[in-house]
Design a protein around this ligand. Structure first.
Ligand SMILES: NC(=O)C1=CN([C@@H]2O[C@H](COP(=O)(O)OP(=O)(O)OC[C@H]3O[C@@H](n4cnc5c(N)ncnc54)[C@H](O)[C@@H]3O)[C@@H](O)[C@H]2O)[C@@H](O)CC1
Ligand SMILES: Nc1ncnc2c1ncn2[C@@H]1O[C@H](COP(=O)(O)OP(=O)(O)O)[C@@H](O)[C@H]1O
Ligand SMILES: [K+]
Length: 497
């Protein structure tokens, strides 16, 4: 698991540790880790042209000390200060090691400055403009230097985080550095895992500076292969189809038969004891045509709600089900059940119209909105606000509705009251294709039926859904049905033999 803490927490933890250590210890540790990553990225340190973009704070200090270490190993290191203030100790160290400074470019004519030529000709660019002290998009002249770095061919290494991204939320509200690698110190910062910040961070490398014992619980978690492998329910010798879990699915309709086929397929390929599908005649026929292993029943038109399956381990409801009164009555009945319920798509819209449906419920519940659906649950918010601040909105919905929320999108985040939020690292734009959300609902439903909590099921489901898209992708586009065969392969990829 990777853990991320907010700026306030990092500052407090650093304060505690610094008070017990000689001055400059933490910065030296950070710089040593940073220099090691830089050296690994260069074919050869000796003679390599390294350009440091240096802001006025300690982030610039880290870059300068790392630059000094690289200069001692023979790199030609140039520091470009973004303003008149520069970390003095770092600058002295760099100069002492043979590194040089290039005059700070003025706000005008930045592209013609000597610094621009150095940046264009560099083998490696180190972004030490701002770190956790950064607020908002980059201002001049930092923004101009970030643009020059973006146009250069050399890889960019961000110090602590890409300058210009919000450390706590991943929001990017103006110019920001796009890094190939980010070297982060002490703990990860939430913005490194949540888009749009995550997309600016590239590969994130962590450097331990001894902060661990000072840190409280994280704000955000980011699972890795081993965490998912440890959570997944696996059938044992004692398993039978009932013990593995029976999943009831009220998804799809005559109009959206595909939603039923996709969600049921997601559940089956994730692994479940049995799927009990209930729906219209047309949807049942389609489901059985694709998945003969399903126990399916056609809802009685005279008593649709009364004919829903009973004695099941978990429910998935809503994907492609419709918003008509029968769907609303069905949702109310499902949410009356003491079993875990995943409410997706149309069920979320119905909950938005009648929030009492969820607020009255105490059994485990997971909702899986995309940003547009979440906006319907949080009056006064727009889809764009949610996409720019995913963590805050998912957490707010979890608190207001007292349930687990999986917010879909470029970074899928999972929030549950009383727990750190989770950012899924496997997401891929390949998944932005109709029906892939239905497959996800089925996958998570299977995990709920298998006994995972809503938070665990959401975390595992989102992770494997993203991994399945990557596994299925052989260069061409994928569609939602391609995920079926890829899900077992994604599970296998968790624990390579
Ligand atoms: N505090 C510590 O113990 C440690 C801190 N470290 C480094 O110190 C960094 C934090 O240093 P600071 O607190 O000095 O802050 P930063 O170096 O992140 O930034 C502060 C400076 O950036 C300017 N600035 C902020 N937002 C800007 C924007 N949008 N455009 C242009 N300029 C902007 C501010 O005016 C200020 O001069 C960390 O990210 C990390 O790299 C590491 O050395 C490890 C130890
Ligand atoms: N840009 C993106 N990057 C990564 N994943 C995405 C992106 N856009 C959408 N997704 C994922 O694709 C799936 C789409 O689900 P959803 O919006 O419910 O669509 P549908 O209802 O058509 O299946 C979700 O898992 C979502 O997280
Ligand atoms: K930085």
């Amino acid at each position: 698991m990777r853990y991320a803490h907010t700026v306030d927490t990092v500052r407090k933890a650093e304060g505690g540790l610094m008070a017990r250590l000689p001055d400059g210890t933490l910065m030296r540790r950070a710089a040593a880790g940073l220099a090691a990553v830089c050296a690994r990225m260069l074919p050869r340190t000796y003679g390599a042209r390294v350009v440091l973009l240096v802001g006025g704070g300690d982030n610039g200090g880290d870059a300068l000390y790392a630059g000094a270490l690289l200069a001692r190993r023979g790199a030609a290191v140039r520091a470009v200060p973004a303003g008149s203030r520069v970390h003095e100790g770092g600058l002295a160290a760099l100069r002492g090691a043979g590194g040089r400074t290039v005059p700070a470019p003025g706000a005008q004519g930045i592209a013609d400055s000597p610094a621009a030529a150095d940046i264009a000709g560099a083998d490696l660019i180190v972004d030490g403009l701002v770190g956790i002290g950064g607020r908002g998009g980059l201002r001049a002249p930092h923004a101009g230097l970030a643009a020059l770095a973006g146009a250069a061919e050399a890889p960019v290494v961000a110090v602590d985080l890409p300058s210009g991204i919000d450390p706590d939320t991943g929001a990017v509200t103006g110019p920001a550095v796009r890094a190939d690698v980010t070297v982060t110190f002490g703990t990860h910062k939430p913005g490194l895992f949540v888009d749009p910040g995550a997309a600016h961070a590239g590969v994130v490398e962590y450097v331990d500076i001894g902060l661990g014992p000072e840190l409280p619980g994280p704000r955000l978690e980011c699972p890795q292969h081993a965490d998912i492998a440890a959570l997944l329910p696996r059938p044992t010798a004692e398993s039978d189809k009932y013990r593995r879990g029976v999943l009831a699915m009220a998804v799809g309709s005559d109009r959206y038969r595909g939603a039923a086929v996709l969600a049921v397929g997601g559940a089956l390929r994730m692994g479940v004891g049995m799927v009990r599908y209930a729906g219209s005649q047309g949807a049942v026929a389609e489901v059985l045509h694709h998945w003969p292993e399903v126990v399916a029943s056609v809802l009685d038109p005279m008593d649709p709600v009364g004919s829903l399956p009973r004695r099941v381990a978990a429910w998935v409801v809503g994907s492609g089900r419709g918003l008509h009164p029968v769907a609303a009555a069905e949702l109310e009945t499902v949410l009356d059940s003491p079993r875990p319920v995943l409410a997706d798509a149309d069920a979320i819209t119905l909950i938005g119209k009648d929030p009492r449906l969820l607020r009255d419920r105490s059994a485990p519940t997971l909702i899986t909105p995309h940003a547009g659906e979440l906006a319907r649950l949080l009056p006064g918010t727009e889809r764009e606000d949610i996409e720019a601040h995913r963590l805050d909105h998912a957490a707010r919905a979890a608190d207001e509705y007292g349930c687990t929320v999986l917010l879909k999108g470029s970074t899928t985040v999972i929030a549950e009251p009383g727990h750190p939020a989770v950012a899924n690292p496997t997401g891929s734009p390949l998944l932005a294709t109709a029906g892939s959300g239905d497959v996800l609902a089925g996958m998570i439903g299977a995990l709920l039926a298998g006994g995972l909590t809503p938070r665990e099921a959401a975390v595992c489901g989102a992770y494997l859904h993203g991994l399945a898209a990557r596994v299925a992708h052989d260069g061409a586009a994928i569609s939602a049905s391609d995920l079926f065969d890829a899900v077992p392969r994604a599970v296998a990829a968790l624990s390579p033999r």
